[in-house]
Design a protein around this ligand. Structure first.
Ligand code: CP3
Length: 354
């Protein structure tokens, strides 16, 4: 494999010294970019982008052509796993993801297969190897998956939800069924992420988008326990390099100490916690990724730059910080503002790495 020309993202995740703070954006390939919208129109729809490795590669690289980003993230979706389990994923324009089949009973869960990454999700593995080849060592490639809990919410609700009514009811009425579903998902996620690592992903992130919606006790039992299990089953070194693991529980700020104990290398932070305080709480256990409110990008470049400076100062000197947004960039953001954000991170952070 080609040597990495820019490895500051991997180095920061392992708390090794860097010249400037690395930066990437969740959902960096997406609808705020006109070139993404053009590729999606060419492909026909969102899933066709994901399922065709050439298209997936094209859109993965688009934000890297515009901005000096320090990492690429595989273009795909977390819902590829439920789709491979036979749920029938589709996207209704303007309505988000939907499933043809929903999971409601213990029998439904018992019947779910555990997907084989090569056979059932081969299009994702092909996208990873295609993107790695085209990146040619420019920056590292991030692979990802949803957390079991987050995937379960979509499978049980049949799509997005505001209150997770069916999923919560199942958790409290039928914890045995919920645990079986989460266990199957944990096995599926482990082999899916290992497949991505073997295909060339150089770091992996687990998106626990809805973990923060659980009670403190339920979070431990129904989300964190399964992420811990996944982390312990992941390939942690490949091609002579460590493969860092990032756990991102949105709204998990109250539980950082226990998330830091789950065995991952880094935690993703949303914008509701102060990153300096988070650093003091997790100590030297993990690196931190985050955590600018994505809506700051609606403001003018001067305000964006001030917010970047504030977050860098809060984290303070030394490595162990990967700059990111606290959640995905939204479709309405002006691409120029994203550029101002990324350049500000590099410009203002050098002083913290001397
Ligand atoms: O970060 C990246 O650039 C990589 C690609 C990526 C996508 N989805 C592409 C996408 C990643 C990492 C995801 C993860 C994902 N998908 C999550 C977890 C992260 C998060 O945002 O909390 C979740 C919950 C999903 C499920 C999902 N996929 C939803 C709810 C939606 C619709 C929401 C929306 O923005 O319309 C999707 C579709 C989706 N996934 C889009 C993209 C670029 C928009 C599809 C389009 O082009 O219309």
């Amino acid at each position: 494999m080609t040597a990495l020309k820019n490895d500051r993202f991997l180095r920061a995740l392992l708390k090794q010294p860097v010249d400037v703070t690395p930066v990437w954006m969740m959902r960096q390939a997406g609808r705020y970019l006109p070139e993404y919208r053009a590729s999606r129109a060419k492909a026909g729809d969102f899933m066709s982008l994901c399922m065709n490795p050439e298209f997936a590669c094209e859109v993965t690289l688009q934000p890297l052509e515009r901005y000096p980003l320090d990492a690429a993230i595989l273009f795909s979706d977390i819902l590829t796993i439920p789709d491979a389990m036979g749920q029938g994923l589709y996207f209704e324009t303007g309505e988000g993801p939907r499933f043809r089949k929903v999971v409601s009973t213990l029998a439904d869960i018992e019947a779910l297969p555990i997907p084989d990454p090569q056979k059932d999700l081969g299009y994702v593995m092909d996208a990873v190897s295609t993107i790695r080849r085209e990146l040619n060592g420019r920056v590292p490639l991030i692979g990802f998956s949803g957390s079991p809990w987050t995937l379960a919410t979509y499978m049980v609700e049949g799509g997005s939800s505001k209150d997770f009514r069916k999923t919560k009811a199942m958790l409290y009425d039928n914890p045995v069924a919920m645990h079986l579903l989460l266990d199957k998902l944990a096995q599926s996620v482990t082999s899916y992420l290992n497949g991505q690592i073997l295909a060339g992903a150089q770091a992996v992130q687990i998106f626990d988008t809805w973990g923060g919606n659980l009670s403190a006790a339920a979070y431990q039992e129904f989300s964190l326990a399964y992420m811990r299990k996944i982390v312990s089953g992941l390939i942690r070194e490949h091609d002579g390099r460590k493969v860092p693991v990032i756990l991102f529980t949105k709204n998990g700020g109250l539980w950082l100490e226990s998330i830091a104990d789950a065995g991952a290398d880094a935690l993703g932070l949303d914008w509701t916690c102060d990153i300096g305080e988070a650093r003091r709480r997790v100590g030297s256990k993990v690196a931190l990724q985050g955590n600018m409110d994505p809506t700051v990008l609606y403001a003018k470049p001067e305000a964006i730059r001030a917010e970047v400076a504030r977050i860098l100062a809060s984290y303070g000197p030394g490595s162990g910080h990967v700059f990111n947004l606290g959640h995905g960039i939204t479709p309405e953001v002006d691409p120029e503002h994203a550029g101002a954000f990324i350049r500000a991170v590099h410009e203002f952070s050098a002083q913290y790495h001397r």
